[in-house]
Design a protein around this ligand. Sequence first.
Ligand code: SF4
Length: 413
Amino acid sequence: MKLLTKKTVSDSLTELGLKNEPPSFENDMINIPNSNFQIIGESTHEFIKRFFPEVTAKKWNDWHWQIRNSFTSIQSLSTFLELSKDELKVVEDRANLPIRITPYFASLLHQTDSSQGIRRTVVPTFEEMILSKGEQDDPLDEHNDTTVNCIVHRYPDRVLFLVTDFCSTYCRYCTRSHTVAKKQSRHSLKSEWDSAIEYISAHEEIRDVLISGGDPLTLADVQLDYLLSRIRQIKHIEIIRIGTKVPVVLPQRITPSLVKILKKYHPLFLSVHFTHPNELTEETKFACIRLADAGIPLGSQTVLLKGINDNPLIYKKLAHELLKIRVRPYYLYQCDPIPGSAHFRTSVETGLNIIKNLRGFTSGYAVPQYVIDAPGGGGKIPLLPEYYQGKDAEGNVLLKNYNNELFKYPDYI
Ligand code: SF4
């Protein structure tokens, strides 16, 4: 791994002899430098040359710069994307979510093909404006389980702590599109956090806090340090989890100083929102390895999306690539019926078919739990293909294996 200096990205890569040969990730897996500078993948390098020719490597790799220079309107997207009719028909004021895409993630989007999977996840289309049967603003009914501001207490021993409504990049199918990006200020007020922390302190049955939002890793180091230290001081809290998409859309945020803060609060788990194998760039791999090297268990949460990752081969590729960087595929979610999501939602049969094509055909670690977060606040309900076939007259359990062969288990006890 070589460090980039203050010159333009183009200059730096040329000087380092890397212009036509981007740094090899494989060779650098052991030596992750203790530095804020990170690698820049080949396609991203081309994007920078074309659309940000004056930016230095240092700036490009500064996560604040990435947020400041994000694309936030259809007009700004049109500066680097050839927009389709459906994308051009978007009425921004009527969309559930504003537009926001970091320059880094923008560099991964296909500039002419609007059907590219990862482009569809972040670039709105007219279909978002169409309300279909069964769609609701808050399909999981989280509002009903909100005890104090920022806290959703649905399950007996754990809470969801929504610490910000800001994300560096907005996913068009976001379950919380009714709450994210809705406040005037970028982050929740400290006083809101403090009353949430008081609630957690007062409820000794809570042993697990899931920090989410919005994206918590868009908070400043000092804010995260404050939040984590306050939660860690609560005696009955055993584990802390953070839900984030930052390693995917803003890997530059995974700085040594951030990792140093996170490490202080073990056991701390990170659930990263991955969608498609195309997200597994050199930069994202680098960020995940840096987190894993800090002893942070990483899991991936993936929303099943029509025409994007609803093919068993695509999901299997994603799962295999994630395991190579020590991210365990954890949940595969059925897409929640938020307003304007029909073009993203698949049948439940599609999800079951993915699990059927994984179980037995690849490592168990590559098989996620397929769940539906039940509309109306029922919580996560796991779904499995029909392996259990009931019992025969002698009391044997009848089981179908991955090859569709029938077996009996003597369940006489
Ligand atoms: S990162 Fe998460 S909270 Fe933010 S828009 Fe995407 S799904 Fe929603």
